[in-house]
Design a binder for this molecule. Structure first.
Ligand code: MN
Length: 387
């Protein structure tokens, strides 16, 4: 059984000012021709199909054309929503799509409803676990309020179903942060209050976990030697933190005994991403010996000048026309003189709020206040995902 595992298309996303839809269309054309050339039995898409719950019309059109082309090529697809997708909008038309081999698994009720495909060695069950928000599904799954608990409950339903059907080989698509995975800057936080990640062990016993969510391709260590867990990563870089990723999809092969081999197929690169740092004059002085291809790259420049130079973007674009991001990090310490606390994009929002509380009241929040801040931040995060 041979299939392609991909995820995190984020159709409709922009990179700074760049509209990526044309590049995403190029990737999907490439995916179809690669799937045909490699004669795959299926394509598994592990969530974050769209970039947001109400996607732009160009993104809806692109997905529409894509599923129609795969259906016409008779290549089955298994698709799940990620934390950026709205499950109800994504599954629109799903009952009709299924008749053409396009299988959207976007509800808890269908977690244990496999797409069964056969090869010379017998049957393989393809299951899809949609991105599960604990607050929304814990009652239905009889689980506790954590990603680990709801995923474990979904996995148990699949184990029971696979056993009942006598399926020895199982592929499970899931969109989750598995403990030990390495994050980048373009994944929306699902961790609030430490409930976001789940240990690899909840998936023990399945043959292959086709994971989505993390944008860097990576294999996750499994406590169960016969279970392989892998993130395909996104096909395109969505942030400068991904500039060193080799973007790819995974070509996965299962033999009759359930042994897994896989190969990374590099995806088309719209334009390399680069980042440089220094004082404006010094950087511009290096531009005429552009031996690292900066002029052809999407470029992020971090300026360290103590005083902001005049019209830096215009000057940079004269030598590096694809400069699309500019940040200022003066090499003098501004925070010590103002009493501000530096934060990073991965700082827990509850910590930022608590710091702000301390800043305006002059005292750190007590335990009940801290608990309240945590509850408000989590409720807001859930609201943002459900919208
Ligand atoms: Mn994603």
């Amino acid at each position: 059984m041979r299939f392609i595992h991909t995820s995190d298309w984020h159709l409709g996303r922009r990179l700074q000012t760049i509209d990526l839809i044309g590049y995403q269309s190029t990737f999907l054309d490439w995916l179809l021709s690669t799937a045909k050339a490699r004669a795959v039995d299926a394509v598994v898409v592990a969530g974050d199909i769209y970039d947001r719950s109400i996607p732009p019309t160009e993104a809806v059109d692109l997905l529409d054309r894509t599923v129609a082309a795969f259906a016409e090529a008779r290549i089955p697809m298994v698709i799940i929503p990620g934390n950026h997708d709205h499950p109800v909008r994504l599954r629109y038309g799903g009952a009709l799509f299924a008749q053409s081999g396009i299988h959207v698994r976007a509800e808890v009720a269908k977690v244990a409803d496999p797409v069964v495909l056969a090869d010379a060695d017998g049957q393989v069950g393809f299951y899809g676990i949609p991105y599960l928000i604990p607050d929304a599904v814990m009652t239905e799954l009889g689980a506790e309020r954590s990603h680990e608990s709801v995923l474990a409950a979904a996995a148990n339903r699949i184990r029971l179903d696979a056993a009942a059907r006598g399926l020895g080989r199982t592929v499970v698509a899931a969109h989750a942060f598995i403990t030990g995975g390495e994050a980048s800057d373009s994944e929306r936080q699902i961790r609030v209050g430490g409930i976001g990640d789940a240990p690899a062990g909840v998936f023990d016993g399945f043959t292959y976990l086709a994971l989505g969510h993390l944008h860097g391709p990576q294999v996750v260590a499994s406590p169960h030697p016969e279970t392989v867990l892998a993130y395909s990563g996104s096909p395109i870089a969505f942030s400068f933190s991904e500039r060193d990723h080799q973007k790819s999809v995974l070509l996965v092969e299962l033999d009759g005994a359930g042994s897994v081999t896989s190969e990374r197929l590099p995806t088309p690169v719209p334009r390399p991403l680069r980042q440089v740092r220094g004082r404006l004059d010094e950087l511009l002085a290096t531009a005429d010996r552009d031996n690292s291809g900066l002029a052809n790259s999407w470029l992020k420049v971090i300026l360290t000048d103590a005083v902001r130079p005049e019209s830096p973007m215009e000057k940079l674009r004269q030598v590096w026309p694809h400069t699309i991001a500019l940040e200022f990090e003066p090499d003098v310490d501004l925070t010590s003189s103002t009493g501000l606390i530096p934060v990073s994009p991965v700082t827990d929002p509850a910590d930022i709020t608590a710091d702000f509380y301390a800043h305006v009241t002059g005292s750190v929040p007590d335990d009940p206040t801290r608990t309240l801040i945590g509850q408000v931040v989590e409720a807001t995060a859930v609201e943002a995902v459900m919208r």
